[in-house]
Design a protein around this ligand. Sequence first.
Ligand SMILES: CC(=O)SCCNC(=O)CCNC(=O)[C@H](O)C(C)(C)COP(=O)(O)OP(=O)(O)OC[C@H]1O[C@@H](n2cnc3c(N)ncnc32)[C@H](O)[C@@H]1OP(=O)(O)O
Length: 156
Amino acid sequence: MRPLAKTDYTRSHLSVLSVLTVVSDPGVEAYSAAFDKQRLSPSTYFTLVIIHKPTDQIVGVGCVFIEQKFLRGLGKVGHIEDIAVDKSMQGRKLGLRIIQALTAISEGEGCYKTILNCSDDNIPFYVKCGYQKKENEMAKYNLAPAQEPQTRTPKL
Ligand SMILES: CC(=O)SCCNC(=O)CCNC(=O)[C@H](O)C(C)(C)COP(=O)(O)OP(=O)(O)OC[C@H]1O[C@@H](n2cnc3c(N)ncnc32)[C@H](O)[C@@H]1OP(=O)(O)O
């Protein structure tokens, strides 16, 4: 297991994520630009990958990003996102290892809690990883998301 590298575009990073949802391929340049963009925010995005050594391909991936709050004495929260293990490698404790490592990063960064959203089907997996169900998820999808963030500051 190691941190995501810029060259992981060629190690099936996106195809491993396709066990989660439909993944579109942005191309290597846009992928590299997104990688660099995350790097501009130090100590914020932590993506880990598990490499299958014989093929040098990614078989597991997961991310935790660190939210700086104004509440809780300027506390921090770790948000676990996009956990995926290649179908051929599921059931071998790779998912568990990824969650353990991401939780350790979150706690090492000083987060007072680490949270995630998941389907009901995955609750038993996260319980085995030491997580417990708390509250509910709400979502509102933007049907026409902008490619670049709007520069206009909304009036509050
Ligand atoms: C925040 C998010 O990203 S939520 C989305 C999570 N990702 C997905 O749903 C994508 C498709 N699924 C996967 O990629 C994987 O199956 C994962 C990530 C859910 C689990 O990873 P795996 O490597 O297969 O699981 P792992 O082998 O580490 O399982 C650990 C334990 O949880 C159990 N477990 C795993 N998945 C499930 C499940 N869906 N239901 C019940 N138990 C489960 C395993 O049996 C194992 O139990 P054991 O210790 O008693 O043997």
